[in-house]
Design a protein around this ligand. Structure first.
Ligand code: G1P
Length: 313
């Protein structure tokens, strides 16, 4: 029996991927540690989680990803040196995020897929609802998406995933859904028309099997019943244990056993930082908004665009 009123306190961040889309940058540096403006991409994910009331982060990692843990650890040597040198601004940049959440990590061991990665969180999360945040999907810092997913879970139970509007061609790289719009419960801050019941979901379908413009992107809030399903699924698309195949099984699971699958349409800005162009877009968009860097970058971009246009003419 699941308690829909139990607050969502845990976020699981699968971080064991090799980052092959971003080679050679990711050969020796975890992709989660590549900087977006002035901080590693993973820090945005942790801030997004804590902004939504989550205070416990679990990174699912592998060998070579130790820098992620180090980033969220205190560093008395560095902090002491900055303090002695009176570099208060740098000290605050190096420490401001440290107390945001407790961070933990678990090793995936074998690269058997996203479903297998999330299953590694079972012992840590236990019988509680939890978020899964894929770090390649970087949400704009003003995003309310995760809060919306949590609000829907608290209002109607079950599990809730983020749905992005995509073209049919793009949908083949995601989980594609068939959906029915449902009424937004009172007190839940989701625009009417943006809450869906998911009737069917398929991981990376061929073009002729794409079901709608709504594809699942990397923010999820799961009932702990997902762990039962992750334990019974067989390898799916690409021969991997797919998270999608596990939450597809929640559609037919009775509500009093943690079943039910819903989607919230993403209206906030989202960047795919696992992709080279998406990464550059995130850097430019967020740097332009940076109070100190933005004005100078805007000027540089204008000059640079004019220069390349003249060169091309
Ligand atoms: C993963 C999931 C897929 C989801 C996507 C969102 O795929 O398996 O269902 O739509 O993330 O970014 P990946 O991008 O790891 O291939």
């Amino acid at each position: 029996m699941t308690d829909t009123h139990q607050p969502v306190r845990h976020a699981v961040v699968p971080s064991a991927g090799r980052g092959t889309r971003f080679l050679p940058a990711t050969k020796a540096v975890p992709k989660e540690m590549l900087p977006v403006v002035d901080r590693p991409a993973i820090e945005y994910v942790v801030r997004e989680a804590t902004d939504a009331g989550i205070d416990d982060m679990l990174f699912v990692t592998r060998t070579g990803k130790e820098a992620i843990e180090a980033h969220f650890d205190a560093d008395p040597g560095l902090e002491g040196d900055l303090e002695k040198a009176g570099k208060d601004e740098l000290l605050s940049l190096a420490t401001e995020y440290l107390g945001l959440a407790r961070t933990h990590s678990v090793r995936q061991g074998h690269p058997l897929g996203l479903g297998h990665a999330v299953l590694q969180a079972k012992r840590h999360v236990g019988d509680a609802p939890f978020a899964v945040m894929l770090p390649d999907d970087l949400m704009h810092p003003d995003s309310v998406l995760l809060k919306q997913l949590i609000a829907v879970r608290e209002a109607i139970g079950g599990s809730v995933v983020a749905l992005l509007r995509v073209t049919p061609e793009q949908a083949t790289a995601y989980a594609s859904t068939s959906v029915t719009t449902i009424a937004v419960p009172e007190g839940v801050d989701v625009p009417e028309g943006n809450l869906m019941r998911i009737d069917k979901v398929v991981e990376k379908p061929p073009l002729d099997e794409v079901m709608s413009e709504y594809a699942v992107v990397g923010r999820y809030v799961f009932d702990p019943a997902i762990f039962d399903e992750l334990e019974v699924i067989e390898p799916g698309a690409g021969g991997e244990y797919q998270l999608t195949d596990a939450f597809a099984r929640l559609i037919d699971r009775p509500a009093d056993q943690g079943g039910g699958l819903y989607g919230v349409v993403v209206e906030d800005r989202r960047f795919d930082t696992g992709d080279k162009l998406g990464y550059l877009e995130a850097n430019v968009a967020l740097a332009l908004e940076h109070p100190k860097l933005g004005p100078a970058l805007r000027e540089f971009l204008h000059t640079e665009l004019a220069r390349t246009e003249t060169a091309e003419a």
